[in-house]
Every structure is written in C-alpha cells, then in structure tokens.
Design a protein around this ligand. Structure first.
Ligand code: NDP
Length: 444
C-alpha cells in the first residue's frame, strides 16, 4: 500500500464516527498525491501526513449556563488547534446543534489550507458548541457565551489562537465572548475577530466572505472570457455568507434569484431584495417565510430545492454536504457555468467530480470563502497597529487577495498537470507553504 493510502486508512481507523473529517482528508490527499508520491520515502520518514492529520491539540469542555426560567443547561464546547506552522491558530466558532468532534476537525483541517492560500501568516484552528442560539433570548445567549469563554480564554490570545464567527456566531456572540475574555484576562487585545466597529472590529469584515466568493467568481469568469454582469446566480443559505454574496453579485450586475434556510427556500425571479433579507435575518432573526410579505411575487417552498433553478453560477453558502450528485446533474443539465463554494465543503465528493467532468468550473470553499479569514487577518493587523482602515481600503485588499488566490490555485493546477482542476490547485498551493514551514521548523 502506498504511504498516502496507508495514512488515510489509519486516519479513518483512528477517528471512527467522523465522516466529515474523513471526507476532508480524502479530498486533500487525492490532490496532493502526485507531490507526495514523487518523493514518498522522504515524506514517510518525516511522517508529514501523520503530523498534518493529527491536531496539535483538542480542547473539550463543559459549558453550564442558566436559562431565563432558572433552569441550568449544559452544552459541550471545543476548540481544535490544528496546525500553527505559518502563524497563530485562526478559525471560527460554530454554535449549532449538529456540532461534534468530526465536524470541528474537518473544519479545522480545511482551515489550514485556506489560511495558507490567503498569503497571510495564520495557522488553522476551529471551535464551537452544540448550543443552538435560535429561539434563545439575548440574555441566554450572553450567559452561554460567558460560560463558554470562561474555559476557552485559557487557550487563546492575540499571538496564540484567534477565534472568529461561523454558523450561529455573529456580531452579538463575538461581543459577549470578547467582553468575557477581557474581564478574565485583563487584556484588551485582538483575541477575536468579527468584533463590532466600536471596539476594534474591521470595516468590511461582515461582508468579506460573501463578497470574496463573488470576487473570485468574477475573476474565474474573466479568465474564461465571460462577463459576470447579466448572469443569473443561485445562492443557498440566508446567513452572513449568503447575504453578502447576493449583495455583491447584484452590485456587479448579476441577478441572484434564490436563498434558503434550514426550513425552506425563496425564489424571486426579479432578484432577491437584499435589504428585505437583511431586515428578516439580521434585524428580526426571523424565518424566510417572512420574505413574501416584502415581495409578493416571490415564491416560498418548504424543504430544499434551490439547485433546480436554472442559473449560470451556483454559490452554496449554507453548510457542509448540501449539494449532492443529483443536484450537480441538475445544475449541469441546466447549463450552469460554475459552482463557487461560499460554505465549507457544501458539495459532496461525487457531486464535485461530476461537475468537473461535465464542464462546470468548480472552486472549492477553501479558496473561494477565504475572504472572511483574510479580512480577519487584516483586522488583527489593524488591532496590532491600533489603527482602523477605511471600508474602501479593506475591500480593495480583499479583492486583490481573492484575485491572487484564483491565479495561485490556477497556476498550481497547471504546474501539476491538472489544468482547470481548482480543487487540486487549492490543495496543492495551500499545502506547499505549510509543508515548507513544517520541514523548516523540525519535528515539533
Ligand atoms: P450563518 O449562521 O450566518 O448562516 C447559515 C445559513 O445556512 C442560515 O441561513 C442557516 O439556516 C443555513 N443552515 C445552516 N445549517 C443548515 C443545515 N444543516 N441545513 C440547511 N440550512 C442550514 O452562517 P454563515 O453564513 O457564517 O456560514 C455559512 C457557511 O459558510 C458555513 O459553512 C461556514 O462554515 C462557512 N463560512 C463562513 C464564514 C464567515 O465568515 N461567516 C467564513 C468562511 C466560511 P437557519 O438559520 O435556518 O439555520
């Protein structure tokens, strides 16, 4: 058995019941196979793949808190510090009932390569809890966040590990987490990103992931002689990433016609009304059923279904494994030109392969949603400098970073004889930098 297959088998055996982690490792290993097999004995002696797939550490803790009725509730909290070869651990916190060790490890593992692709000095980490902020009062969310940080603060720091938001963790949660960190540590430092503007946040951080996904889609199209203006875009999700992907697509002259949440989806043939969507989701924290009140000509459907709408560009922005093989077939049959992932690993491996083999350009999340973490790193720079940059400056840096990521992954794919395979290009380019740093720093 080859070295790479042997390590993959061991990862699966040693980490049972973690299918998302197995999926992420399998995808990366398939991409870096040519690089590893060209010098197999060396990498095996250095145990590079074993070191890459075993996190530096996993922290798991109890989060007790008291709800509004006086009842004590207990959730699980965790943080995986995966790899800090190129910089302090960096990656979001996810609060969602589905959170478990396998999901946090898949996200932390992906984060290593994503952060490397940004060209900025940040390592890979991720964390979260099975706490569900939906339906909780602000006071309950605060009680939970304070308890969560009472344990997490021991392990994080501006030069050590800098968490941010993810599903279920937005500005409100980051504010409560930051307040508790400051109280416990006594330090006013850039220990979290996605902070409010009045206490060290960066302009354009809220918009960064969604905008970034559309900037990279624009560059992909440009490189293939296609203009994004006038194109129809289908988006899933109705959270932070989805809202700003829709906004940027519309700003560039495209028409985004769908969005979804975990109960249903909206089709608005005239183009999603972004201001209405922001009011429903960001202000009222309500369900998408509300959208019809703003736009009577739109359609609301229960369940899932956005991928059946004819489009030129599909941008999955909700969660992992939300675009399946049958969806890929539908998209390709409808003439979709490209799938650009806004979420982390939203497309299953068989769906990805189908798209690539059937002429649909495919950009994986670790490249296309890297705008969020890139602007988080810019927030860290601003915090260190004790300065705030303008929206235009941050947005222009974001755009440059996304354009550079596109050309970096495109060139890596060309160098390894798999032109047009942006999954391989992203994994190879992301891995190369981490590998060099790991080798330079010795066995540690
Ligand atoms: P939000 O919590 O703001 O929004 C998530 C959206 O996806 C909501 O509309 C939610 O619906 C929907 N959703 C979540 N889980 C499911 C599910 N199991 N089935 C169907 N719909 C679901 O999260 P973000 O927008 O921040 O994150 C979305 C994705 O983007 C995630 O994969 C995240 O890891 C990734 N990402 C986010 C970054 C960021 O900067 N925020 C950076 C890079 C990646 P509902 O409200 O009904 O649950």
């Amino acid at each position: 058995m080859s070295y790479i297959d042997d390590v993959l088998a061991k990862v699966i055996e040693k980490n049972p019941s973690e299918p998302e982690f197995h999926q992420a490792v399998t995808e990366v290993f398939e991409s870096i196979r040519p690089m590893i097999e060209a010098n197999e004995e060396f990498y095996k002696r250095e145990a590079i793949l074993e070191r890459l797939t075993e996190p530096d550490r996993m922290i798991k803790f109890r989060v007790p808190w008291v709800d509004d009725k006086g009842q004590v509730q207990v959730n699980m909290g965790m943080r995986v510090e995966f790899n800090n070869s190129i910089g302090p651990y960096k990656g979001g916190l996810r609060f969602h009932p589905s959170v478990n060790q396998g999901i946090i490890k898949f996200l932390g593992f992906e984060q290593i390569f994503k952060n490397s692709l940004t060209g900025l000095p940040i390592g890979g980490g991720k964390g979260g809890s099975d706490f569900d902020p939906k339906g909780k009062s602000d006071r309950e969310v605060m009680a939970f966040c304070q308890s969560f940080m009472s344990e997490l603060y021991k392990y994080i720091g501006a030069d050590r590990d800098v968490p941010a938001g993810d599903i279920g963790v937005g500005g409100r949660e980051i504010g409560y987490l930051f307040g508790q960190y400051k109280k416990l540590s006594g330090n006013y430092e850039g220990v979290l990103t996605g902070k409010g503007l009045s206490y060290g946040g960066s302009l354009a951080r809220t918009e960064a992931t969604g905008y970034g996904a559309i900037y990279i889609a624009e560059e992909l199209f440009k490189d293939h002689g296609i203009d994004i203006a006038g194109k129809t875009v289908v988006v899933s999700g109705a959270g932070n990433v989805a809202i700003y992907a829709i906004e940027k697509a519309q700003q560039l002259g495209a028409k985004a016609v769908t969005c979804s949440d975990s109960t249903g989806w909206v089709y608005d043939p005239e183009g999603i009304d972004v201001e209405a969507l922001k009011e429903i989701k960001e202000v009222n924290r309500a369900r998408l059923t509300e959208y019809k009140k703003y736009r009577p000509n739109s359609e609301y459907h229960e369940g899932r279904g956005v991928w059946q709408i004819k489009c030129d560009l599909a941008v999955p922005c909700a969660t992992q494994n939300e675009l399946f093989l049958e969806d890929a077939k539908q998209l390709a049959a409808n003439g979709c030109l490209a799938v650009v992932e806004g979420a982390n690993m939203p497309t299953t491996i068989d769906a990805t392969k189908y798209l690539q083999e059937n002429g649909v350009y495919f950009i994986p999340g670790k490249a296309s949603n890297a705008g969020g973490v890139a602007v988080s790193a810019l927030e860290m720079s601003q915090n260190s400098e004790r300065l705030s940059w303008t929206f235009e400056e941050v947005d222009s840096r974001l755009q440059t970073i996304m354009v550079d990521i596109y050309h970096n992954i495109d060139n890596a794919a060309k160098r390894y004889d798999c032109e047009g395979d942006y999954v391989a290009g992203a994994n190879l380019a992301g891995f190369e930098k981490v590998l060099n740093a790991m080798l330079a720093q010795g066995v540690c």
